[in-house]
Design a protein around this ligand. Structure first.
Ligand SMILES: [Fe+2]
Length: 148
């Protein structure tokens, strides 16, 4: 476990990027599906927990409201695409292109989080509150994973 919320989120982002690279390179369909299921089991709890415990802090603050709404829309697009992939046949010719689009959406989202959003959050959320959010984030992620 990382020592703070932003390091934790960054480490998870790095893991998603790595999984996407492996998924897009993998030619064996069974191995690709295993990697994809791994991605789903980590990405869904990550996004939902961010939505529940992190983004409300930014939404409720005038300066970061718009930024948080944009990020939540990106989550929505990512989740919709992830569920489409989950339901579609990995042998179909559009499976990989769809996975590639999802990785591009997420790379864009991660870049915005790590360059703008986390910096803004560090400025407006006091350190003790950041620590609370970190604990809540980990708990929420576990709950969501168990309910999947
Ligand atoms: Fe996010």
């Amino acid at each position: 476990m990382a020592d703070n919320l932003f390091t934790q989120l960054h480490q998870e982002h790095q893991n998603f990027k790595m999984l996407f690279e492996q998924i897009l390179e993998q030619k064996n369909v069974d191995a690709k599906v295993d990697l994809f299921n791994n991605l789903k089991k980590t990405l869904i709890p990550h996004m939902k927990s961010e939505e529940e415990v992190f983004y409300p802090e930014l939404y409720n603050h005038g300066d970061t409201k718009e930024m948080s709404l944009e990020a939540l829309e990106e989550h929505h697009v990512a989740e919709t695409t992830l569920m489409e992939l989950s339901k579609s046949d990995p042998f179909m010719e559009n499976w990989r292109p769809k996975a590639k689009v999802l990785s591009e959406i997420l790379n864009h989202h991660i870049e915005e989080e790590e360059s703008e959003i986390f910096n803004a959050a560090r400025d407006i959320i006091p350190q003790n509150r950041q620590n609370e959010i970190y604990t809540q984030y980990i708990q929420k992620k576990d709950e969501i994973l168990k309910s999947m």
